[in-house]
Structure formats: structure tokens, C-alpha cells
Ligand binder design. Structure first.
Ligand code: CS2
Length: 499
């Protein structure tokens, strides 16, 4: 029987162990959202930083609901294999930065203790866009969000992000412990300030005396995170077994590329993430916008259109010339909406993205990216469309992407086969579309979903007409043909510019 990974000494020569002794370093970070992305990104930067500069900065990883991650990591002393893949091939290393893996329903007291402990100087988060419970129209809490509703009712027994963080910050203040720095690592615009606003609003409703403390004394650095990380599957575990000679239930795979841009505002210190390659800047917003609109916006467009035209993986989409043309067009259109960034060549960034998407060794499912689309569309596509509209730039690429989402929201393939949207607003969308048929009605109905479409687009007849025209073609001709026609009709120079 194959041994299970639990100690760095077990590793063969070709797999790098942590370059430090994990047990020599105490925890300094609580991370909420112990999923593949955290394990491929922040935990890796922390692992490298610990190896280079040491410090008590290991991570107590927390899952709010599922016991899965804790169940995989705990028997392995937090160790896991990270498989990194690029065009040249794959390599593996073992990460030692996770000191403990906990799950809220099972380990509640340990998690609350960790959040209040003076040793915890940073609380970082990757809970996905839908995990926070933000009301996009007000920036405050969405009182219909299940965790927000539960925590507003019983703030002394929190189960969600806002409830737990406000509870912990209040406890720390009462005990005279300085607040931790809150580091949101989800793909949301101005993610630090966004989370501050959410917590301040939650506190105003449940613990008004600490709302001001959170607004003025807690640091919420903004950050842009980037690493394409497919959901782990049986092939990942088999690859880890082959590369390490060990069983590893917690192994993950990711691309070799990684990027982290962080606003340098950590009053209680931080790991030497800069030594590990993170870039510290005064203002993250332009980087965030670039990544959200170019990488994530294009990703969403290619996911809807790729999924509906029969492409299971992103790498397959990148073998379809018509889709590649539309991807190039989208990258260019998104780039045109961005403020200039010194030292960043957006054409080169677009090329690099196309290469990353085409990575033949990464099995990244279009259906995975299409998940939670109502949470992604506004900052990825619609915000860019609004800026394009204001600048008098062509809206076609964004109208095409939006029509792709609307076609996806119908929840059935061209042949009638149904699929689940896997979106928090799935039921609402299904109900709204139940007696709607024409493209024009679908556009009108979906554009009216509260909090998704900006008013300036809803009022723009040209925009509405373009989205309707594309959606009509997608429905009438089928997705493949609509894509082919769009690609052949789209003006060459616009496509060619970023090639
Ligand atoms: C993707 C992102 O699933 C998605 O929505 O667009 O997870 C993307 O892979 C990452 O943001 C890359 O950094």
C-alpha cells in the first residue's frame, strides 16, 4: 500500500519539500475559504516567504461549511502537493505553510480562538464573489443572503464572513488586542474597501459602537490575485501519486504563472511576500481592473460561448479559430477601457493571456468558469461596457459577451439538453424567464434583474439592440453558427491589433 504524505522526509528528489521546518513557525494568519485557489496562491507565496525570511506566519485554514479540505489536510499535517503546469511540462513541490485546517461546524471554538488571538495579525479570505453577501446597489449587506440573514438574527453565534469578522474585531477591541488586517483575495473590484464597507454596514446593524472602529482603525488592503486553478479531479490525485510516490488527498494543480499585486498597508506586519514575488503598490485599482476586464471578462465570455458550442475545456476553446478571433477582440476591447499603467504593455498582456488560456496541460472546464455568472458579469463585462460607452468606443464585444451570458442563462443547449446554472440567482432567473420567448423579451427580462445591469446600459437603445441582435442569432442559428458569423463579421483590424 502507498504511504500517505504527512512528512517532508518522505519525498523523492524531484519533488521540492518546504525549504524550512514547518513546525518551527507559529501561525500568524487565519485564512477563510480553504479551497484550491488559496492553496495554489496565497499559501504558496507564504511558503516561499517562510523559506526565505522565516517568521511566525503559518496559516490556520478555515472552511465555513464543508469538512472536505480539513479532512484531507489534517491527516497530512497540512502538507499537500502543488503541481505546476505550463507548455514545457509539469513539476511538483510540497507546501508547508498551512499549520491547521479547520471547519466551522466541527471546530467552532478553535476558529473563534484563532480569530481573537493576538498572534493572528492577518485574516485573509477567498470565499468567492457570492460568499460575502454584498448588496451591489448599496454596497452594504444583502439582507436576503442566507449567512447575512442568519448573522443579523444571531450576531453572537456567527456563521458567515461579515458576522465572524465583526464579532472577532469587537472581541479584540474589548480585550485591548489590536485589530487584524483584513485581506480580501477574491476577484472583486476594490476588494479591500468593498469588504470594509460591508463590515461597517453589518456592524452598524449589530454592534454600532464598533462600526467607527472598523471604518477608521482596521486595515483593508486591496489586492489583485491571479493564478488559473482548475477544480481538482481524480487525474490530479493520480498525477500527485505518480510524481511523489505517495497518496495525497489534498493535492492540487495549477498553471506555473502566478501574480499578486497588493496595497502595502499592513499595520501589524506581514510575511515577506515581496521576496516571494508579490508586487506591492500604492494603488491596486488599475491592476485589478486590467485583470478583471481582460482575464476574467474574456474568461467568462469564452466560458459561456465555449460551453454552449461543445467545448469542455478552455484549451479546446483555444483550438477554435472563430472563438480565438472573438477572444482577441474581447481582450482588445477590454484593454481600450483601461487607464494607462506605467510599465504595462496591454498588448503583451493580452498575448500572454491567450497563451495561458491555451495551456494544453491544464484541464480547466468552461462550466467551472460559468458558475455564479450573475456575481461576475457586472465587474467583468458591464463595467467595461459602461466605460466604453462613455468614451464612445464600440460596444460590440461586450454586447456579444452579454448575449452569451443570456443564452447561457436559458439553461439548455441547442439540442434541448438542460444543465444547471449553478448561480445563486438560478431560481429567480428560471422564474423570470418561464413565460418569455423572444430574444427581445429575454434581454428585457434579464436586464431588469435587480443589481446586475447599470442604468446607463439599460437606457442605451443601441446597446439593447446589439445584445438583442446577437442573442437572436444565437437562438435562431445555434451557438456554433452564431459564433462563426460573429467572427467573420467582426472587423479585422480590431481583432488583429492585439495578435
Ligand atoms: C475564472 C477565475 O472561474 C472563474 O471565474 O475566471 O477563477 C480565474 O481563473 C482566476 O481569476 C485566474 O486568476
Amino acid at each position: 500500500m502507498t504511504d500517505r504524505l504527512s512528512h517532508p522526509d518522505q519525498l523523492p528528489e524531484n519533488v521540492a519539500p518546504p525549504s524550512y521546518t514547518p513546525a518551527d513557525h507559529g501561525p500568524g494568519i487565519v485564512h477563510i475559504g480553504l479551497g484550491a485557489f488559496h492553496k495554489a496562491h496565497q499559501a504558496v507565496y507564504t511558503d516561499t516567504a517562510l523559506g526565505l525570511h522565516g517568521g511566525d506566519w503559518r496559516i490556520i485554514g478555515v472552511s465555513l461549511r464543508s469538512p472536505e479540505a480539513a479532512g484531507e489536510l489534517a491527516p497530512q499535517n497540512g502538507l499537500y502537493t502543488l503541481i505546476e503546469r505550463d507548455m514545457q511540462g509539469s513539476s511538483a513541490r510540497v507546501i508547508g505553510s498551512i499549520a491547521a485546517a479547520l471547519c466551522l461546524p466541527d471546530d467552532r471554538q478553535s476558529i473563534l480562538d484563532a480569530l481573537v488571538s493576538p498572534a493572528t495579525r492577518i485574516v485573509s479570505l477567498t470565499v468567492t464573489e457570492k460568499g460575502y453577501g454584498i448588496d451591489r446597489t448599496t454596497g452594504g449587506v444583502d439582507i436576503t443572503h442566507p449567512a447575512i440573514a442568519a448573522d443579523l438574527a444571531t450576531p453572537e453565534a456567527p456563521i458567515g464572513v461579515a458576522g465572524l469578522l465583526v464579532w472577532a474585531l469587537a472581541q479584540r477591541r474589548a480585550q485591548g488586542t489590536p485589530p487584524f488586517t483584513v485581506l480580501c483575495c477574491d476577484n472583486l473590484p476594490e476588494n479591500g474597501p468593498m469588504l470594509r464597507e460591508l463590515l461597517v454596514d453589518f456592524a452598524r446593524r449589530t454592534a454600532p459602537d464598533i462600526a467607527e472602529h472598523i471604518a477608521t482603525e482596521v486595515a483593508f488592503p486591496a489586492t489583485m490575485v491571479d493564478r488559473i486553478t482548475p477544480a481538482r479531479n481524480a487525474d490530479t490525485l493520480a498525477a500527485a501519486r505518480e510524481m511523489t510516490g505517495l497518496e495525497d488527498a489534498a493535492a492540487i494543480e495549477t498553471e506555473r504563472f502566478t501574480q499578486w499585486v497588493i496595497e502595502d498597508h499592513f499595520p501589524k506586519g506581514r510575511p515577506a511576500w515581496d521576496a516571494a514575488g508579490a508586487i506591492f503598490v500604492q494603488d491596486v485599482a488599475p491592476f485589478e481592473m486590467m485583470k478583471l476586464r481582460m482575464l476574467n471578462g474574456t474568461h467568462s465570455m469564452l466560458a459561456w460561448c465555449g460551453f454552449l458550442s461543445g467545448h469542455r475545456y478552455v484549451r479546446d476553446v483555444m483550438r477554435n479559430a472563430a472563438l480565438v478571433g472573438l477572444i482577441r477582440r474581447h481582450l482588445h476591447a477590454a484593454a481600450a477601457t483601461l487607464p494607462a499603467l506605467p510599465d504595462v504593455d496591454l498588448g503583451a498582456y493580452a498575448d500572454a493571456l491567450a497563451t495561458r488560456f491555451a495551456n494544453p496541460h491544464l484541464a480547466h472546464e468552461t462550466y467551472q468558469i460559468a458558475m455564479d455568472s450573475t456575481e461576475k458579469l457586472p465587474q467583468r463585462i458591464l463595467a467595461a461596457a459602461v466605460d466604453a460607452q462613455a468614451a464612445g468606443l464600440p460596444l460590440r464585444a461586450f454586447a456579444f459577451a452579454t448575449a452569451g451570458w443570456m443564452r447561457y442563462a436559458l439553461a439548455r443547449h441547442d439540442n434541448g439538453d438542460e444543465y444547471g446554472l449553478r448561480d445563486p440567482r438560478e431560481a429567480e432567473i428560471a422564474a423570470a424567464l418561464s413565460d418569455v420567448e423572444s430574444a427581445a423579451e429575454i434581454v428585457k427580462t434579464l436586464s431588469a434583474l435587480p443589481g446586475v445591469f447599470p442604468e446607463t446600459l439599460r437606457q442605451d437603445a443601441q446597446w439593447q439592440a446589439e445584445v438583442t441582435e446577437v442573442l437572436d442569432a444565437m437562438i435562431a442559428l445555434g451557438m456554433k453558427e452564431a459564433i462563426r458569423r460573429e467572427a467573420s463579421a467582426s472587423p479585422g483590424p480590431e481583432v488583429a491589433k492585439v495578435s
